[in-house]
Design a binder for this molecule. Structure first.
Ligand code: PLP
Length: 460
């Protein structure tokens, strides 16, 4: 059944309202002016409907987030019940509420090792922001007040607040009008095997990346570097799956130099890679801090969390007169926490992690075949994270000129065929819900292939 909510304005009116009054995240003014936005009015499972009643398979999964799929009545009920019983109560200083207490305990049980402490935030950016500040706080408690710098990687995305965007560094995100924090933040080479220097094996590349980190520490001084932040798989930077052993080796470097390891699992947690958290289960890393959001509530409502170790807690509590002055009005929002608890309950009851593992393997192998197409240089990913990278020349891996806009054209062509994939630079990116079925994987593969072929024909 098509969507339209009762008494909803006509589709064209909705489009106009948005066009005349909204500023969207990452707006490109030219294309927005020409095309405006696609107004979505309903979602169910992996599917979306627009205001005109057209249906799309959302292979983007919202934005890496609709893990349990949309349209679940019991999620709506849990949210409604909590909103009626206790819509809000703050969690500042010495206040808590029952869903925030229960969720903190649940996250402690799911997170690896001694990550038993949780600070709730409003989303991923604010979790990263808080983690970076906690690194400085902990190092200062350890008597190292200058050890506050952060090492990150190029092509990483850690959010859109001033601090989290300064820590991230995706090409194209940095605009000259805006000054980012530069002192005390360093960026290393992204661990992208597809773009490694020619003549290097993957193992040599890994060792070169680890050496680069060691060299930076030697140059800057370990006494100035407090933390290292990494997405286990760089998501928006291009679904970059690092070489085998890379993250573990980087973690060992951190341990040698007293550098805290922040795993940005905003995307990779809650089943996207078939595990609650990817750091330890897939990459053999025990982080000091995990930042998460997105799949924590499957996008039903905003929530983020910074999960950190008992060790850090015990360091911070040694001085009872100090204050950790960070937090947000909606940290531990009871309705958001109730949604997260129900979301996790559904994942456990339906064993969605197992489905994600099974479907993830199928998704990867089925889409890998697109590498046979002349435009596609590489299909890469893991689990239910995947991208296709378009190139001008498969042998040299040379990208297409920027003006060609082929990934946007592929997304547009796919959209016209009822499939949503996300265009980013020369990539088309996907992260469907964990509930995806074999038929839906097949639909993605065949439709995307048609869309790529269509755009390729237009280009010659
Ligand atoms: N970290 C990563 C790895 C992300 O992909 C994102 C968002 O895409 C963020 C942080 C920021 O999260 P949010 O948009 O919820 O603030």
């Amino acid at each position: 059944m098509p969507p339209a909510a009762l008494n909803s304005p006509a589709p064209q009116d909705l489009w106009q309202m948005d066009h005349r009054h909204s500023l969207h995240p990452w707006t490109n003014f030219g294309s927005f002016q020409r095309e405006g936005a696609l107004v979505i009015t309903k979602g169910e499972g992996c599917w979306l409907w627009d205001a005109e009643g057209r249906r799309y398979l959302d292979a983007v999964g919202g934005l890496w987030c609709t893990n349990i799929g949309l349209g679940r009545r019991e999620m709506a009920q849990a949210i409604a019940e909590q909103a009626e019983r206790l819509a809000f109560s703050n969690t500042f200083v010495d206040m808590a509420n029952d869903p925030s207490a229960r969720l903190a305990a649940k996250l402690a049980a799911l997170a690896p090792g001694d990550l038993n402490r949780v600070m709730f935030t409003t989303g991923g950016s604010t979790a990263v922001d808080t983690a970076v500040r906690m690194v400085a706080y902990v190092q200062s408690c350890l008597g190292q007040p200058s050890k506050t710098g952060i090492v990150a990687r190029d092509h990483s995305y850690h959010g859109s607040t001033y601090l989290s965007q300064s820590v991230g560094k995706r090409p194209g995100d940095r605009v000259p009008e805006f000054r980012y924090k530069e002192d005390g933040i360093w960026h290393l080479t992204p661990p992208n095997p597809y773009r490694r220097p020619s003549g290097m094996t993957e193992t040599e590349f890994r060792d070169w990346l680890v050496d680069e980190f060691e060299t930076l520490i030697a140059t800057v001084g370990a006494d100035r570097i407090g933390g290292f932040i990494a997405e286990p798989i760089q998501a928006s930077g291009g679904v970059i799956v690092p070489p085998d052993g890379y993250l573990h080796a980087m973690w060992q470097v951190c341990q040698r130099h007293g550098i805290l390891f922040i795993a940005d699992e905003v995307v990779t947690a809650f089943g996207r890679l078939g595990h609650w958290f990817a750091s330890r289960d897939l990459f053999d890393v025990q982080p000091d801090i995990i930042c998460t959001a997105k799949g924590l509530t499957s996008g039903y409502i905003p929530l983020g969390a910074m999960i950190f170790s008992d060790r850090l807690w015990s360091i911070m509590e040694q001085d009872p007169d100090r204050w950790f002055t960070a937090g947000f009005t909606y940290s531990g929002h009871p309705v958001a926490c109730a949604a997260a608890l129900k979301n996790i309950e559904i994942m456990e009851r339906e064993d969605l992690l197992t489905n994600a593992t099974r479907m993830g393997a199928l998704f990867q192998s089925r889409l890998k075949r697109l590498e046979d197409l002349p435009l596609v240089g590489q299909v890469r990913g893991r689990g239910l994270m995947l991208c296709t990278e378009n190139v001008a020349d498969k042998a040299t891996r040379e990208p297409l000129p920027d003006g060609v806009n082929e990934s946007k054209r592929i997304s547009n062509a796919a959209e016209a065929m009822g499939l949503m994939v996300r265009p980013m630079a020369h990539l088309n990116v996907m992260s469907p819900p964990l509930t995806i079925t074999e038929d839906e994987v097949d639909f993605i593969a065949t439709t995307l292939e048609k869309a790529i072929r269509q755009v390729t024909d237009e280009l010659v």
